[in-house]
Design a protein around this ligand. Structure first.
Ligand code: GLU
Length: 302
């Protein structure tokens, strides 16, 4: 049997400049795809207009080029793929997997029996049909009472009972936008992505995505989640919490070294601060997945 070519990707959201957490995802996914002789694709996740910051996508592309992280093929822009998401949604609807939901956030809040870091677990209010007199707002997929199991490249064997952790989840939001979970699965499938490497903040979304791949009959990629970036106090370091953009123009070499050190790669002394393409070339041949910790890591300035 011929082994298919590895196809990896980096999928930033243009909601601000590239920050260190996304740089780590870019470097990790780049090295693992290139090490396998595979492609590394770029997808701009600009699906949610209210969150898109004008100019951020161009800024991210400029940063990647400056850092020597060159991608293959055409960039996929989620804002241009609405028809593909609608087609996937119709296919799920034809199979009776989707239902209309009239619930507002406030109603879910009032009725939910449990919540966790993913938010409130949908209480199933509209699962058996819309309550009398109510209008549909969003579309949700029905989740079964079955564990979704997978083996992550860093975190090992994981399982999640979707019905307990998230419940029937939204595929089309009340504002008419397709949900991230649907878009990411449709895009990964259509681009032939078979290796997803990204931040551990998305680890708990993975069972939903695996379930959607199974529901759509598309191939499930291999998932590898990279440790979260935390500050010295152990707090999450992310765009949402105002983590600053990285100084890619002034410190490209230092940033690549910091990302590799963060990922546990033992960069030889002469490589620390070497031009980005030299470091990446070293990293592609020496990258060792086993050196990546699953524990949150603080950034060490080299
Ligand atoms: N767009 C997401 C982010 O920037 C990543 C999505 C993914 O890698 O699946 O956090």
């Amino acid at each position: 049997m011929v082994t298919p070519q590895v196809v990896g990707r980096f999928a930033p959201s243009p909601t601000g400049p590239l920050h260190f957490g996304s740089l780590v995802a870019a470097v990790g996914s780049y090295c693992l795809a290139r090490q396998a002789g595979g492609k590394w694709l770029l997808r701009m996740e600009d699906l949610d207009p209210p969150r898109v910051v004008p100019g951020a996508a161009d800024e991210i592309l400029a940063a990647l080029e400056c850092l020597g992280l060159y991608w293959d093929d055409e960039i996929v822009w989620q804002s241009q793929r609405i028809d593909a998401y609608a087609a996937a949604m119709s296919s799920l609807q034809r199979r009776g997997l989707v239902f209309d939901c009239a619930c507002t956030r406030r109603e879910i809040h009032a009725q939910a029996r449990s919540s966790n870091e993913e938010g409130l677990v949908y209480p199933g209010t509209c699962r058996a049909g819309l309550p009398a007199g109510r209008k549909p707002r969003s579309l949700r997929i029905r989740v079964p009472e079955e564990q979704v199991c997978f083996t992550d490249g860093v975190f090992g064997h994981l399982d999640q009972l979707l019905s307990r952790v998230v419940g029937d989840f939204v595929l089309r939001r009340a504002d008419g936008l397709f949900a991230y979970q649907l878009a990411v699965v449709v895009d990964d499938a259509e681009s032939g992505i078979n290796q997803v490497v990204r931040g551990a903040d998305l680890l708990s979304s993975t069972p939903r995505q695996i379930f959607l791949h199974a529901s759509l009959g598309t191939a499930v990629p291999k998932y590898t989640h990279l440790p979260l970036v935390v500050d010295e106090m152990g707090n999450k370091f992310s765009k949402q919490q105002g983590a600053a953009g990285i100084d890619y123009a002034g410190n490209a070499a230092g940033l690549i070294s910091e990302a590799l050190v963060f990922l546990g790669q033992e960069l030889p002394v002469e490589m620390v601060g070497a031009p980005p393409h030299e470091q990446l070339c070293w990293a592609v041949s020496h990258f060792n997945l086993k050196k990546i910790s699953s524990r949150p890591q603080a950034l060490v300035v080299v």
